[in-house]
Design a protein around this ligand. Sequence first.
Ligand code: TXA
Ligand code: MG
Length: 351
Amino acid sequence: MKTEFCKIGALAQGRAPDASDAEILDRAAEILRSGGLVAFPTETVYGLGANALDAEAAKKIYAAKGRPSDNPLIIHIANVADADKYCYTNELYACLAERFLPGPLTVILKKRDVIPLTVTGGLDTVAVRLPSDPTARELIRRAGIPIAAPSANRSGKPSPTKAEHVLEDMDGRIEMIIDGGECQIGLESTIVSISDGHLNLLRPGGITVEMLEDICPVSIDKAVTEKLSDGERPLAPGMKYRHYAPDTKVVLLDGSDAEVADYIKRNAPNGKIGLILSDNDAHLAAGTGAELLTYGDGDIDEAHRLFALLREVDRLGCDVIYARLPDKKGIGLAVYNRILKAAGYEILRLG
Ligand code: TXA
Ligand code: MG
């Protein structure tokens, strides 16, 4: 299959869609309605879309990603009220929607029959998301159907934050990639389960625990911060899979500036080492000869750059990559969760 690569202009820059944008989006909408696959930008990461009402179309997503069929998809809708067509909403949904939607929050509720079990991995619940990205919203609106879309990476790879990442993973496997530039947030949406009226956090993201606690009490699924033992299951099936991991071994260092600097100095002569550090921490590697990838500064930059850096890591040809254990406050919890998985839960406590 030939994959078309189409660049969105005006809409991606915050203006009304111009004629070229409209032509691309109408063509993409038609591909989706007729059962094909289109990758599109959202404010979190790129999604790999198919008609969420069509089981056959959804099966193509699992095939293109190499994704296990028990790992359910998120359906993307065009406005808050549409959720009611696909699931049984409740008061908590209304509160969350009022405060956070459109935005990087996915809500899990009991599904209605129109949503095929193929989309939900056999579950009786469905994950619903109303993205804020203008290109995503315009595409869903023009398609006139809910769009099932996981992140547009091959299973196991970091989620794509640029259209070029999608092309790397999906060229020849899908009909179209819409290039809307770099994703604003860079990590996938926050996922909460609210079907019983209580809020359970399944995956941390741009809507933080602190923000959610303003609305109601939050329980955090153990899988967010800890490796589960063999018998345990995360509430989000996808959280059990090896994810976000480069081929190069990643190890997290937990220690003070001095301890981290000392550890890097002692280990640099043992092989080719790489480091993922914030700009502020870059001096800790001075004079060691280690390959250095930097995040920028602060948790927002870390979230924004993490996946792109994890895709670069293997190109360095290092024996091992070290990164610091992130702080769990705010969006830091999402960075912590993703990098912990990239490191296969390996933390070196230096103190
Ligand atoms: O930001 C995002 O959420 C991106 C963009 C494209 O919207 N999408 C995304 O989808 O990250 P995906 O498929 O990569 O991750 C969806 C996660 C998986 O861990 C899946 O197991 C979980 O959501 N999930 C989906 N439906 C669920 C359900 N009914 N119950 C529990 N977990 C569910
Ligand atoms: Mg994913």
